[in-house]
Design a protein around this ligand. Sequence first.
Ligand SMILES: *Cc1c(COP(=O)(O)O)cnc(C)c1O
Length: 356
Amino acid sequence: MSRYWSTLVHGLTPYVPGEQPKLANLVKLNTNENPYGPSPKALEAMRAEVGDSLRLYPDPNADRLKAAVAACHGVQPAQVFVGNGSDEVLAHTFQALLKHEKPLLFPDITYSFYPVYCGLYGVDYRTVPLTENFEICVDDYMQPNGGIIFPNPNAPTGCPLPLAEIERLLEANADSVVVIDEAYIDFGGESAVALVDRYPQLLVIHTLSKSRSLAGLRVGYAIGHADLIDALNRVKDSFNSYPLDRFAIAGAAAAMEDRAYFDETCLKVVATRSRLVGELETLGFEVLPSAANFIFARHALHGGAELTAKLRERSIIVRHFKNPARIAPFMRITVGTDEQCEVLISALKEILATPV
Ligand SMILES: *Cc1c(COP(=O)(O)O)cnc(C)c1O
């Protein structure tokens, strides 16, 4: 009964996540999940949490997890904020740090949750077009702004921005917060965490959903100057004191500590990505340079919607974005296992060989 809705709710345009089909035997390459399971040590740590202690609230500050994140990145725990998925960390960031008089800047082609948070929190924003090659050009962000946010590598293009370019932006932009959403950084980019001690306006956001294969656990974190972290804590403690449950704190901390498993699985994804790119190029696809666990590819003769639908008939799910029109020719394909990518390639060979 929408007459009971607030004006705010009437005006919202919610984010639409990639589908999670409830069918078996799909080759699911649509939401950038990691094809390798979480660290066995993370699973063990979560199993150990099943017990009587669940009657008690978890640590509201998740100190054990903050310590693990801080150790992993060589920063202080006071420079770390943790939340229920990086989407929640992002949401608090929009409210705490990016809502100002001047507009927030982000690319015209990027993570589509950003405009949704602007709608929810009443943040004024302006989009900055990617270049012809679908790249971020930092000079385009050197204009009056209330904040800047983009993913590196960008989504859904997968294109990385060199750290020197981010530093050039930080040098030119001292008066508002610059947020780098590094959801995919572990698959090849250069992390801006290296710059947080030198730039108090820099906030770097990570997730355990992709490179640590814990999308189902919902854990993300931000690293930045303690003053920025304080702002996020003020919003969090005005919203939900316990965003991370006991399983999330234990499992995420163990995952951060299992460096060997993390390195091994990231390398496997990167190796499969380069094979996949090679095979797609042989089939006549143009693939944007990717430093992520997905690739963005278009075919000269077949549209993105058409190919996505034909793959779906063969139980292979990839992601297609109709808007903006500039990216409609592309498919975004998550890098799966070698076997999954082979299934995809043989299906594409069949589809491309069939006369229209
Ligand atoms: C997947 C993704 C996130 C969200 O990650 P969660 O931690 O699962 O909420 C944030 N930003 C970008 C660019 C992503 O692709």
